[in-house]
Design a protein around this ligand. Sequence first.
Ligand code: ADP
Ligand code: ZN
Length: 607
Amino acid sequence: MPAPPPSLPLPLEVLNTVFGYQSFHPLQGKVIEHVLAGRDALVLMPTGGGKSLCFQVPALCREGLTLVISPLVALMKDQVEALKANGVAAAFLNSTQTAAEAESVNAEIAAGTLKLLYVSPERLFSGSAVRLQDWKVSLVAVDEAHCISFWGHDFRPEYTKLGQLRALLPGVPLIALTATADPAIRRDILAQLTIDEEAVFQESFDRPNLHLAVLPGQKRLERIADFLAKRPGQAGIVYCLSRAGTEDLAASLSKKGHKARAYHAGMNTQDRSAVQEAFLKDDIDIVCATVAFGMGIDKSNVRWVIHYNLPKNLEGFYQEIGRAGRDGLPSDTLLFYSYADVANQLKFLEEANADRRELLAAKLERMKQYAEAQICRRRILLSYFGETPEADCGHCDVCENPPETFDGTVTAQKLLSAVYRTGGRATLRQCALILRGSHALEVTEPGWHDLKTFGAGKELRFEEWMEYGSQVVNAGYLSVAYDKGMSLQLTSLAGPVLKGEKTVALTKFRSFEEKKAATAVKAKTAATSDGDPDLFEVLKVVRKKLADEHEVPAYVIFSDKTLKDMAAKLPRTPAEFRQVHGVGEAKLEHYGSIFLKAIGEWEAGRA
Ligand code: ADP
Ligand code: ZN
């Protein structure tokens, strides 16, 4: 077989010499082969699945320029930085640049020295299309391709122009990539970008390293404090619904001694990028953010993600929790759930476009099902993405502590009669207080202490009534009138229960402490050894120093996984260093001696 020309390396060589990895993930290999054969592809992989290499490797195996369309202006700089650290000629064009910076990128394009160009769709279509044809484009990659679809949670109208690229660049293969695989969105991407159904490469969306858990929304702050106490110094994100929420939480956590900052779209660009940089550089551990945060965050060592409020759909939720554990190491996710959050989301729905409202309501319903699940939560997530796992995951709170049911007919009857006697004017909280026989103002003022059901449920604690009350609502015997101060209403199913014609199964209440014990991370250990944790800390300091010097995020230097592999392999020579996961030739050359020295000193210190 004739050897390929030296300027065009083979994919595996690129993977090894440039990126420092030993082998492709199974689907990556297939996609790359397919794209290098000059064909289009749609790649559906979960966050952290390794989508970038699917176009970055082909870009380096071909002549000409690979155009990467991305909506994430904030991410471009870091992606380009990461490529440059590996010795790849990459650049970006977007609205954040000065005219001079853009000019110098244009000069590189004209000179034909660039291999990868990241560009926002606005920028792409603002220049003259003629220019695009002069760019010697050999591959187009459309990242975050779900933005093209009206059915997606992140629809961007300017993305719908990307179909024009097919006519502007005839014969140039196009690869679209996304971490959202809702069937309607997938069809939409294929249609708009004219990609064949046979060109779809889909990987399981399962992220087994993510632990899934949900807790009721009471005493959130205390629960977060407990959670953090067990995870000192770990990087994490708390997603909140409102801007004020992010600021309050960041302030509370800071007061407790955590390195936390708020991030939301109401802050100015400068403050926002300062928070983002600080997080990327490990200067702060926690970001309390609205969903505005994270699209641009390509940080591999985020160890946990908490949702302080219920998100509006599973796509967004999955993408947000997917920001944890991109390095494949065990990571935690925690969602707080309350009716107040549902009410808030419903309020947003009312403000939505009439033609989208039904769709959004259906999506919110799926989100609620996840939060209220009595079966393996991963099943619910994966089924949303069209997958049917064979077995329960064993790595979510429901699997770890399967619910026990009992005949709760009497309990349900008591609650239903309290609702009946208050004439549908009481909230769940008020009903619980009535049943407990409380003389709180919110009970006595409406005169409910005179009701027959007053004090009829003293055998259960207040929190037990709250929990069973939600279950009775979820089972459909009661509805919550979101438009009437969240008061409870009997449904048509309630009658037979009150008359004793129907029994109600409830799930045994578990206190927060019991749930917490069950949720305690049973870390699924990674297959590889992590090496000495002290050395890992030493190497992190070295990395931090280099990152500050080069003004790049820490992960651009090396991922946590690389540092752990280094601590495990204890390389002594450049050749050994090159064997470490994630060390390619450029990184060996730039950082090899510095890390080898640190490892040598650490070993000497122990001898
Ligand atoms: P995605 O874009 O799908 O969220 P990335 O492309 O950012 O994921 O990849 C996630 C992480 O996995 C990155 O740190 C990347 O370098 C690493 N990675 C990707 N492919 C491989 C591979 N074949 N071997 C080892 N690590 C890989
Ligand atoms: Zn499970």
